[in-house]
Design a protein around this ligand. Sequence first.
Ligand SMILES: [Mn+2]
Length: 336
Amino acid sequence: MALTSTRVTIDDASHVGRARRTAARLATQLGFDAAASNDVAIVATEAATNLVQHARHGEILLRPIVGEEAPGIELLALDRGPGVASVDDAMRDGYSTAGTRGAGLGAIQRLSTVFDMYSSPNSGTAVLSQMHARAPRPSAAPPAIEVGAVCVALPGEDSCGDDWALVTVAERAKVMVADGLGHGPVAAEAAAAAARAFRESAGTSLEAILRRAHAALHSTRGAALAIAELDPVAGTIRFAGVGNVAAAAVMASGDRRSMISLNGIVGHEMRRVQEVTYPWPDDGLVLVHTDGLGTHWKLARYPGLHRKHPSLVAGILYRDHWRQRDDVTVVVARRR
Ligand SMILES: [Mn+2]
């Protein structure tokens, strides 16, 4: 299943139902039972209602979570409204500045397996909820690497010309981001072929994966492609990229170290592949994004965001730096 996000823009109360129906449909597709689907619908309703009441405009992003024991749904509610002065007060049931915000956030948190939130008076609010079809087995150790992502199609297109994928082996993870040339269904076909090639050969070297993708994409429009192999024990990021997908490690200090991709188009023109190993400092966030995201983002603009769930980091950069002329993907990983 593609990991692309479904975007529901919320501009007035009549859009809340659309968020609820979209979330419930995704839950059913992922095998949530009726009760769990209903919980997902409640979370989407509360999150969308909050957007209308407190920010007036915003958006809900929904995506599947796969590869864990129980399938899940991730919901991000993003706005550029006034923000909340105190997240603790806002979370307390009964607290409300305009109706139901406190009760809404409390309900979302209770129904979530993972909940996180980032708000600042200057830039707005982002709320994260992850919900799972079944409770994960208590014995299952959480993965050593936490990954968050958004992958959103150009408005007006049904299919997203970007794609991403994640494969975890023991404590290590490989993350792939693909940007099919152009946008729309033809770009989506190329990106999906890249994701397939990645999943089928994820156990091999980065160069081998890129070569396989190059062969697989020959009959498509081609794609830019980047792969990062994250090893939290060795403290390394191994990286290889062809074409314009940006990658960087960002430290808590705001220092940003970019990783280097070579020119080319996977599927059409890939003369050389270069794997480079970079250090992965303990506090380093790894960001990989397509060119739908502007390059002038600065995490230091958002005090405290560095410690938040990676999906909030991805969601906020998307909210504030998406160019809106192209599909956009932002994948963020950190040590748990
Ligand atoms: Mn692009």
